[in-house]
Design a protein around this ligand. Structure first.
Ligand code: ADP
Ligand code: MG
Length: 245
C-alpha cells in the first residue's frame, strides 16, 4: 500500500526582489514526499534549496504554483492556517538556535509550550525522555555553552522531535559537525523519525549520509534536475530504539 502524500509541490516558481531587481530563484518545481519517506536534497550553494525548504515550512509565502503540506494549500493560505501547519513541523536548521540562557531541557521543552494543554510536569518528563533518547540524559541541566557541537545539534533534534511532528525539515544539519558526529546525528534523526512515522527532508552537501535517504533530489539553478530512487523499502529502515512517547 502506498503511503499518503505529506508534501505535494506543483509548478512552484519563486522570485526575490521587485521591479527591475526582481529575480527568479525557483523554476517550475514539482515533487512529492510521502509519509515516512526520508528525502535528501543536494545541490550547489545558491541553487535555491533553503528557499524551497522555507516555502515548504510555511516560513515564506508561496507566490506561484501549488504547494500542499498535510493536504493544505499554502499558496494564499491565511496566517492562521500557516501557524497550524508550522505546529506540525520540526525544524532543524544549521545554526541550531539554542537559547544560551536556558538549560538543554528548557530548550527542548520550549517546543511543547505551543501545546499548552500538557501539564508542566508532563512537558518536563517528555523533554527528559527525548534528551535521553538522543543520548543526553546526563546533560539535561547543562547549558548550551557547556556542550560540544554534536551535542548541541542533538539538542536541536530532540527539540524538533519532542512534539512528534509529522514532518522534519533539516537544512544542512551536519555542516558544523565532524564526520562521526554528523553521521550519528542523521542516523538518530532517521531512527526517531521512523519510530514516530514522520517524513524527513534534509538539505545536505554531505556525501557520507546519502545512504540514509529513500530518495535523492537535486536542485540546480532553481530547477529540480533529477530524482533518484534509492530502491529501499521504507519499512526496512525501521529499527527499535528507546521508547519515545
Ligand atoms: P541555497 O540554500 O541552495 O544555497 P538559497 O535558497 O539560500 O540557496 O538562495 C538561492 C538564491 O536566492 C541565491 O542567489 C541567494 O543569493 C538568493 N536569496 C536567498 N535569500 C534571499 C533573500 N531573502 N532576498 C534576496 N535574495 C535571496
Ligand atoms: Mg541554504
Amino acid at each position: 500500500m502506498r503511503s499518503h502524500s505529506v508534501i505535494t509541490i506543483n509548478q512552484v516558481n519563486h522570485y526575490y526582489g521587485s521591479g527591475k531587481l526582481r529575480k527568479q530563484i525557483l523554476f517550475e518545481v514539482s515533487t512529492e514526499i510521502r509519509a515516512g519517506e526520508v528525502v535528501i536534497m543536494m545541490g550547489p550553494s545558491g541553487s535555491g534549496k533553503t528557499t524551497l525548504l522555507t516555502l515548504i515550512g510555511a516560513l515564506r509565502a508561496t507566490q506561484e504554483g501549488s504547494l500542499k503540506v498535510f493536504g493544505h494549500e499554502l499558496n494564499g493560505a491565511s496566517e492562521n492556517l500557516l501557524v497550524r501547519v508550522r505546529h506540525n513541523i520540526g525544524y532543524i536548521f544549521q545554526a541550531h538556535n539554542l537559547l544560551n540562557s536556558l538549560t538543554t531541557r528548557q530548550n527542548v521543552q520550549m517546543s511543547l509550550e505551543l501545546h499548552e494543554k500538557l501539564p508542566l510536569s508532563m512537558r518536563q518528563q517528555k523533554s527528559e525522555a527525548m534528551l535521553e533518547a538522543v543520548g543526553l540524559g546526563k546533560q539535561i541541566h547543562a547549558y548550551p555553552d557547556e556542550l560540544s557541537g554534536g551535542q548541541k545539534q542533538r539538542v536541536a533534534i530532540a527539540r524538533a522531535l519532542v512534539s512528534h511532528p509529522k514532518l522534519i525539515l533539516a537544512d544542512e544539519p551536519t555542516a558544523a559537525l565532524d564526520k562521526k558526529s554528523g553521521r550519528d546525528v542523521v542516523e538518530l534523526m532517521q531512527q526517531l523519525a521512523k519510530q514516530q512515522g514522520c517524513s524527513i527532508l534534509i538539505v545536505t552537501h554531505d556525501n557520507r549520509i546519502l545512504d540514509i535517504a529513500d530518495r535523492l533530489i537535486h536542485m540546480e539553478d532553481g530547477w529540480l534536475t533529477s530524482v533518484e530512487n534509492t530502491n529501499r523499502n521504507i519499512e526496512e529502515t525501521t529499527r527499535p530504539l528507546l521508547p519515545v512517547s
